[in-house]
Structure formats: C-alpha cells, structure tokens
Design a protein around this ligand. Structure first.
Ligand SMILES: [Zn+2]
Length: 101
C-alpha cells in the first residue's frame, strides 16, 4: 500500500451514519471512503478542496490492495474471469473491488 504522510488514514465519522471505522482507498483523482455499513463517498485531495494529501502511490486496480502472494492469486483469478462479462462491465476500481466483496 502507498506510503503516506501521517494523517492520511485518519478516521473520520461517516456523514450518513456516524460510524468511524471505514476503508480508505487513495485513487488517482480522489480518496474513496466507505464505512463498515457500506456508505461510500469520494473526497477530493488537498489542493482540490479536500484535506488529505495525495499519496505518491495510489490504487489503480484491485491488485494494488493486495500483498504479493495474494496479488498473484488475484491475477490468476482475473485471467479466468477475463471472459466474464459482469466483471468486465465494472469500469472503475471501486466497481471491481465490490465485484469481489
Ligand atoms: Zn455509514
């Protein structure tokens, strides 16, 4: 995972339900946050109206979220799924992540 400045992964309450625990995924254009109840939202990076600095490494695909051995397994599964139209219809990273969850 990306090496980030301290505070990037600071937990903030979900604006819809108030739950603090959430997944924080730095994407190319914004940060995606999703609470454990599934309320997702995007926050712009600092300099574009947000507060979190853009990390040097961002998540461009599901494989960027995984450790090496899991990445290899994922890439193998992905090759098998390459013919699955439902997976391929997930145009963005969050859609592909949700496909597996
Ligand atoms: Zn929530």
């Amino acid at each position: 995972m990306a090496a980030c400045k301290a505070g990037f992964y600071e937990q903030t309450p979900c604006p819809r339900c108030g739950i603090v625990e959430q997944f924080i995924i730095p994407l190319e254009e914004a940060v995606y946050l999703e609470c454990i109840r599934g309320h997702g939202r995007y926050e712009p990076y600092a300099g574009s109206g947000g507060t979190r600095p853009k990390p040097k490494q961002v998540v461009r695909g599901v494989e960027d979220l995984l450790e090496q051995e899991h990445r290899e397994l994922y890439l193998c599964i992905r090759r098998v799924l390459a013919k699955d139209s439902l997976f391929n219809e997930q145009a963005d990273t969050i859609g592909q992540i949700n496909y597996f969850c």
